[in-house]
Every structure is written in structure tokens, then in C-alpha cells.
Design a protein around this ligand. Structure first.
Ligand code: NAD
Length: 479
């Protein structure tokens, strides 16, 4: 299927309400992973552009803060509607930039929902009041930080964009958002919708560029008071250090994972196989919460692995723009090479029982390793591909110990029908989210989503994200 590139793709920076070239006029390529065709040459923001974006956001802040929740919400509702109306364009741009099958795209409606929900959620940013101290009325209130920086990854660009931008704006902040250098096109497309929705200039600035210099300049900028980051743990550490070494800006981190799924002997094995197959195969395994480690009770291991293997090997590889494709290529050669390295580690530290080979089209076939050494890098590090390690256990204690034997703690799944066991496991597992009989990659709509340990700090979700963008202030009034 041809991936005809639309001439109207926006490639410039969006600063102070206007599209413009970068100061250096430097560009970088966005490549369709399936054909390796160059889809767009995108303007790369340099230090001067970061400066201009932060200056614009700073200037726009007082009026945006003081405008009030209803007026801010009206702009956001308009944007929500425009995103919904652009579903097809956004689906195509996202597929062209990331190679994720278009059949998996539901992201425009989720993004629209974020803006729709947060349009009214500003009213919930309330504090407390007390008359307990003699002769005082004491108030504790919430207020925006000012200029916040949002830095997002490439694996779900539109959802990450909306999931951070909507609450940041609703809280009354102004924003500089840097998209991933691998997938900047949907952010730029929405910038056009932001212009159409009539947001005041400078409230939202969208820049494209690499970690260095663009992201690093934002992370250390003295006028940025808060940074919300989603990406790898290694980058999170750099951003945290840059924040500490500049102005101690508030930092919120959603980082990597090495999520376990535990399958007990009483589990519905059909459900467990279907859920864990989805968990590791969706978006070709390029999901933060992907269950890349499966622990199955030894008494049902053979049965479970047979079911899992059937489902995992039944995927349809092909052109991601073809709606019948269910398994796309990895996003680029860097990601592909990284996975190949883990395939070699798996062959050394375990037994390959499915897949294992990758071909030159950036596709990695669904891959299973069994009996992998627990201290193997394959068990401890994020491969970010359709590669799963399956080990067995004999007791509940052993399963918990193995699952928790990780520096990550994003998501843990448990498959069982025993309610007492569910309660014990939910308490014992070191994970921001415990899925019982499910591996949903995100629970951000009606619960909090985020990580324990090196998977991050802070939480995102409809009811939780606002807090990442609000300062708490106490006001003491002596009577
Ligand atoms: P990455 O860390 O390489 O890049 C993420 C973003 O950080 C990009 O925009 C990049 O340009 C920027 N960046 C890189 N170096 C920087 C620096 N020194 N200063 C400032 N910004 C910098 O991650 P990625 O490869 O884009 O995304 C995949 C990772 O994201 C995986 O580890 C995945 O688990 C994680 N992720 C986590 C969640 C979550 O909710 N926990 C969700 C999606 C992805």
C-alpha cells in the first residue's frame, strides 16, 4: 500500500502562536519504518528556539492563569472536538511515523477525551480551610507553577501529548512541549488545531528536536518551574539531574518497565494466554507496561505455553497502513538493533522456543525464551520488543520473589480465581499497577498510572494528573 505523503504535513516549530522555521534552519528526517521512505523533514529546535518558546510561555502565563477555569475549558473543548474530527489524518500520521498498525489506532478519541475531561476538571483544584489556630483563618490553596515543560516519547505520541498537555493547561500553566525526534508529526498536526481553536499566543508552544540540545535545554532552563517527562529511565535520570543542578524544578517521571505476569495453577489459561499475548505483542512490544516476563506455575506450564504460543505466532505482519495488519515493524534501526542484542542474550541465558530471528525489514517476529536465568539482562532490562521470557515457579512465595526481583515496578499481572491470593499478591507486588486477570497496558482513565522504584514518580490519570502541575500554597490570615 502506498504511503503517499501529504504535502500539508506541518514540519515547523509552533512558538508564540505562529509556525516558523528553527533559528538554525536545521532539519531532521521522519522515516516510515515499513518502507524506510522519508515522510517529512522536520525543523529542529535549537537553544535559541527553546529560549523563544519559554519566553513566549512566560509572557502568556499571567493572563492564562487569571482567565479562569471556564474560559480555559472553552478553548480545550474546542480542541477536543477538532481532534475527534481529525481522526483519519492523525491515524495516518501516527502510523507513518511509528509503524504501529493503523488497526490499533484509537488514540484520537482518547486524546479528545483528555481535553474534554480536563476542560471541566480545573474546578476540582481546591485546597482546604481551617479555623483551628486561634485568631486565624488558614487556607491551603493550589496554584499553577508557571511555565511547564512536557517531554514525551515516540511509542504513543498522541496519547502522551494529550495526557500531559490537557492537565497542565487546566491547572493554569503555560507550556513548552517537546515531542520525540522519532515521532513529531502528530504533535505538529495538533499544533495546527491549537491555532484553529484560537488559544492565546504563547500558551502552548510545540517544538521538535532531539534530547540534546533541545530536551536538555528545557530540562535545565531556569524559567521552567516544572517538568513532566515520559520516556526511558536512563533519560529520566539525566533530566532529574539537570533539574537538580539548575533551579530544582518540580519533576514528574513516567519511566520504563520490565513487567511480570504470574499465572497460577487455578487460572483460566485461555484468558491468561490471550491477555499476556496482547500485553507483549501490542505495538510490537513497544509498550512501557508490556509483560515481558511471564511466571507460570509448573503444573500448568506446558498447557499455558501451548496456548500462548499459538496466539503469539498467529499475528499478521505487513504494511502498518493495511487495516488487516496486526504486527508492525519496530520503529527504527536503533530499536531493532537493541532487540537483536537481547535476542543474543536470550540464546545465551535461556532456551529459544519461538521466533528469535529478525529480518531486514525492521520486523521482529514474536519471540519466546524459556528457562531464562533470573539475573540475565533479558530478565532485568527493557528490550522494548515482542520478546517474552517464560519461567516457571512452584510456590506463591517464589512467584512473588521472582516478580519483585527487578529495579522496575510499573505493572504486574496476576492470573488466578482465588480471591485471598489476589489480596495477598496485590499487597506484596512492587508495582504501580497490579492487574488481576488482565494486562491492560494502561489504567489511566479511572485509576492512577505510574511506577514504583525506577519506573518513575508521580501518577497520571484523569483524577491524578492535575496534581503534577500544581503548587500548594498556605495563606495565614490573622484576624
Ligand atoms: P527516551 O528516554 O529515549 O526519550 C524520551 C524523550 O526524552 C524524547 O523526546 C527524547 O528526545 C527526550 N530526551 C532524550 N534525552 C534527553 C535529555 N538529556 N534531556 C531531555 N530530554 C531528553 O525514550 P523513548 O525511546 O522515546 O521511549 C521509550 C521509553 O519510554 C521506554 O523506556 C518506555 O518504557 C518509556 N515509556 C514509559 C511510559 C510510562 O507511562 N511509564 C509510557 C511510554 C513510554
Amino acid at each position: 500500500m502506498a504511503s503517499t505523503v501529504n504535502e500539508s504535513i506541518e514540519t515547523r516549530l509552533f512558538i508564540n502562536g505562529k509556525f516558523r522555521a528553527s533559528s538554525s534552519n536545521k532539519t531532521f528526517e521522519v522515516v516510515y519504518p515499513y518502507t524506510k521512505e522519508v515522510v517529512a523533514q522536520v525543523q529542529e529546535a535549537d537553544i535559541q528556539d527553546v529560549e523563544d518558546a519559554v519566553t513566549a510561555a512566560n509572557a502568556a502565563f499571567p493572563a492564562w492563569r487569571d482567565m479562569g477555569t471556564d474560559k480555559r475549558g472553552a478553548y480545550m473543548r474546542k480542541l477536543s472536538q477538532l481532534i475527534l474530527e481529525s481522526n483519519n489524518e492523525l491515524a495516518k500520521l501516527e502510523t507513518l511515523s511509528t509503524g504501529r498498525p493503523i488497526s490499533q489506532f484509537v488514540d484520537a478519541s482518547l486524546a479528545a477525551e483528555f481535553f474534554g475531561y480536563f476542560a471541566g476538571a480545573g474546578w476540582t483544584t481546591q485546597g482546604t480551610a481551617s479555623l483551628n489556630t486561634p485568631d486565624h483563618l488558614n487556607l491551603t490553596v493550589k496554584q499553577p507553577y508557571g511555565v511547564v515543560a512536557l517531554i514525551i516519547p515516540w511509542n504513543f505520541p498522541l496519547i502522551m501529548f494529550a495526557g500531559k498537555l490537557a492537565p497542565a493547561l487546566a491547572a493554569g500553566n503555560t507550556v513548552v512541549l517537546k515531542s520525540s525526534e522519532k515521532a513529531p508529526l502528530t504533535s505538529l498536526y495538533v499544533a495546527k488545531l491549537i491555532e484553529k481553536a484560537g488559544f492565546p499566543p504563547g500558551v502552548i508552544n510545540i517544538i521538535s528536536g532531539f534530547g540534546n540540545p533541545t530536551g536538555a535545554a528545557l530540562a535545565s532552563h531556569m524559567a521552567v518551574r516544572c517538568i513532566s517527562f515520559t520516556g526511558s529511565t536512563a533519560t529520566g535520570q539525566k533530566i532529574q539531574a539537570a533539574a537538580a543542578n539548575s533551579n530544582m524544578k518540580h519533576v514528574h517521571m513516567e519511566l520504563g518497565g520490565k513487567s511480570p505476569a504470574i499465572i497460577f495453577e487455578d487460572a483460566d489459561l485461555e484468558t491468561a494466554a490471550a491477555q499476556t499475548q496482547f500485553g507483549i505483542q501490542f505495538n510490537s512490544g513497544q509498550v512501557c507496561a508490556a509483560n515481558s516476563r511471564i511466571y507460570v506455575h509448573e503444573s500448568v506450564a506446558e498447557q499455558f505455553i501451548k496456548l500462548f504460543r499459538e496466539k503469539f505466532s498467529a499475528v499478521r505482519m505487513g504494511d502498518p497502513l493495511d487495516p488487516t495488519t496486526s504486527h508492525g515493524p519496530q520503529i527504527d534501526i536503533l530499536q531493532y538493533n537493541k532487540i537483536e542484542e537481547y535476542l543474543a542474550i536470550g540464546e545465551k541465558d535461556g532456551t529459544l522456543t519461538l521466533g528469535g530471528d529478525a529480518d531486514d525489514g525492521l520486523f521482529v517476529r514474536p519471540t519466546i525464551f524459556e528457562d531464562v536465568a533470573e539475573d540475565s539482562r533479558l530478565m532485568q532490562e527493557e528490550a522494548f520488543g515482542p520478546v517474552v521470557a517464560i519461567n516457571t515457579f512452584s510456590t506463591e512465595t517464589e512467584a512473588i520473589e521472582k516478580a519483585n526481583n527487578s529495579e522496575f515496578g510499573l505493572y504486574a499481572a496476576v492470573f488466578t480465581k482465588d480471591l485471598d491470593r489476589v489480596v495477598r499478591l496485590a499487597k506484596a507486588l512492587d508495582a504501580g499497577t497490579v492487574g488481576v486477570n488482565c494486562t491492560s497496558p494502561t489504567s489511566a482513565k479511572d485509576t492512577a498510572f505510574g511506577g514504583f522504584k525506577m519506573s518513575g514518580n508521580g501518577r497520571e490519570g484523569l483524577l491524578y494528573s492535575l496534581d503534577n502541575f500544581l503548587e500548594t500554597k498556605s495563606i495565614l490570615i490573622k484576624t
